[in-house]
Design a binder for this molecule. Sequence first.
Ligand code: NAP
Length: 233
Amino acid sequence: MTELVNQTVLVTGAGRGMGREYVAQLLDRGVAKVYAAARNPQAIEVSDPRVVPLQLDVTDAQSIEQAAATAHDVSVLINNAGSVEAASVLDAGAASLRRQLETNVFGPLALVRAFADRLAERHGAVLNVCSVMAWMPLAGGYSVSKAALGSATDVIRTELTPRGIQVSALYMSFVDTDMTAAMGRPKSAPADIVRAALDGVETGEAEILADDVTRAVRTHLHRPIAERLTLPL
Ligand SMILES: NC(=O)c1ccc[n+]([C@@H]2O[C@H](COP(=O)([O-])OP(=O)(O)OC[C@H]3O[C@@H](n4cnc5c(N)ncnc54)[C@H](OP(=O)(O)O)[C@@H]3O)[C@@H](O)[C@H]2O)c1
């Protein structure tokens, strides 16, 4: 269990969407400081002195190194930044798949690597933002990347739990942000998903299932894929 009050939290992709919502709700929960990390830190609204904008591109090793040097006091890492592209995983060169793996898998893992020692010193926590698309193969390379992130989260948990670091994965269906702006289907409010995510961190859940659709898909994971694909999203 990781109470968020008085923690120092780093949120990636904090300039918009759910990243911005994490910053707002973390402040409400009494954190000591939030490093609001974004490719363009000028996109960060500093409405509270506890918010520290931080330049961070999760696909850039030098950017991660600089962020880690600045944010030396982090106790909770929220790997929220992510990207989705509409392309077949079979496209020549797999360039789109590689880009999504860089942002959605290698980036979060590089951040965990960069911050693991200080998270361990503070008995801290990691939250990796996955997706129900990890379990529903309907989003091409994005599904591949989120499934890989979910698996990687389980793998690093076996290494980090003995070091005193809590590791959680967040799964959810569609949320009303820029990422889904073109999709005319039911979507959760970002505030509801972020509240469920932070509640899950505070209660120490390894797997945080943030909406009813995701909980239904999770209960069918043992079923054959053809049956799972009939579930409503
Ligand atoms: N929206 C959904 O339906 C949904 C459902 C399940 C899971 N998720 C996941 O939830 C997370 C947040 O998504 P969202 O809906 O809030 O999406 P969003 O509004 O599109 O925001 C994506 C965020 O990720 C940042 N980002 C992308 N690539 C980055 C990079 N290389 N380095 C640093 N930051 C980068 C973006 O920064 P810029 O402003 O610089 O582009 C932006 O802040 C993502 O991991 C997404 O996959 C979303």
